[in-house]
Design a protein around this ligand. Structure first.
Ligand code: F1P
Length: 346
């Protein structure tokens, strides 16, 4: 195990420990800017973290594909914190981006699944997700685990900075503990998700829409579908739809909308109305007990109520299942999709 990443992540309602980061928390809290790098699903986890760090700890965050960062001349100053996220810990683009950021004086934090991996060893500090490596190629549990670790980091920074109230801090820690049970609940909707997958097995395109923290989840849902079923899918912030993608909508376009009951609910409902007015077929991820959306959309998949800051941990699950079911129904090898490598080391 890399010395710098020897930490365990634990959350209970009273204490919080990020072992491998503990010595660096002051630095994290004092930072004026955080740059998050990663590829694929790890980049999406970084996008979720951007919302959470900015909301709770009020630290400006930029999120960049490591595969782009490494080939330009990014402005990194001494004192900047770079958080590298990687499931495998071996992604060549992320490793190269770390080396570049290091050469410019940044402190590097890592969030990795694989103990002792190259990325873990290249960082100054970090936390293992302890989710274990993915069995298949496409990242699924890694996303949830990465977002959990990043949320704990943001909470720790927010607590040190005093940008979060004690009551919200405790509420979010308690809510984090309730996530496994809520995920279990979503898994009980597996049969319904299968039925929806059956209807759309041979769709040629999909659009995924979300707002706020559910926007990166929309990107992730689209990526899972592309990776394992080879269906063309695009994710957009719901409000971006009117700036172009709306031209694609007709009765042959399934649109997956993450429409949970949070601060952007009213707005996302109006986005759904825009899609329905153009005959798009809407599959909505809704909050348990929502009686309005089922009358507006074609299909709903309910998830339990979760605090808005933590909603990606639960809202991503039905999208992963939908992609999985469609891929299986199309006869794809979900564990070993064509053209994809478990770790992209070139
Ligand atoms: C990044 C990634 C995965 C994706 C696929 C290819 O890997 O893009 O998100 O599902 O496996 O690699 P990593 O740096 O998170 O290991």
């Amino acid at each position: 195990i890399a010395d710098s990443m020897r930490g365990r992540v634990q959350a209970d309602s009273g204490t919080m420990q990020l072992g491998g980061l503990r010595d660096y928390l002051d630095k994290l809290a004092a930072s004026e800017r955080i740059v998050i790098i990663g590829c694929g699903t790890s980049w999406h986890a970084g996008l979720v973290a951007e919302y959470i760090f900015e909301e709770l700890a009020r630290i400006p965050v930029e999120v960049e594909y490591a595969s782009e960062f490494r080939y330009r001349n990014p402005i990194i100053k001494e004192g900047d914190i770079v958080i590298a996220i990687s499931q495998s810990g071996e992604t060549a683009d992320t490793l190269a981006a770390i080396e570049l950021a290091k050469s410019k004086g940044a402190t590097i934090f890592g969030v990795c699944n694989v103990v002792g991996s190259s990325i873990a060893r290249a960082t100054d500090a970090g936390a293992y997700t302890h989710a274990g490596p993915e069995i298949g190629v496409a990242s699924t549990k890694a996303f949830t685990a990465q977002v959990t670790v990043l949320t704990l980091m943001a909470l720790a920074a927010a607590k040190r900075k005093g940008t979060i109230s004690e009551s919200l801090f405790r509420l979010l820690l308690a809510e984090l503990e309730s996530i496994p049970a809520k995920v279990e609940k979503v898994l009980q909707a597996a049969d319904k998700i299968k039925e929806i997958a059956y209807i759309f097995t041979y769709a040629r395109n999909f659009i995924y829409l979300g707002r706020g923290l559910n926007f990166p989840v929309a990107l992730e849902g689209a990526l899972k579908l592309k990776e394992i079923s080879y269906i063309h899918a695009e994710g957009y912030p719901a409000a971006e739809m009117k700036h172009g993608p709306i031209a694609l909508i007709d009765e042959d376009m399934p649109v997956v909308v993450i429409a949970t009951k949070d601060s952007s609910y009213e707005k996302i409902v109006s986005n759904i109305q825009e899609v329905k007015a153009r005959k798009g077929r809407v599959i909505a991820i809704t909050t348990e007990g929502d009686t309005h959306l089922p009358s507006l959309v074609d299909f709903t998949i309910e998830i339990p109520k979760v605090h808005e800051v933590l909603v990606p941990l639960v809202s991503v699950i039905p999208l992963q299942l939908l992609a999985y079911d469609i891929a299986v129904m199309r006869g794809r090898n979900v564990d070993q999709p064509r053209n994809l490598a478990k770790s992209v080391t070139v």
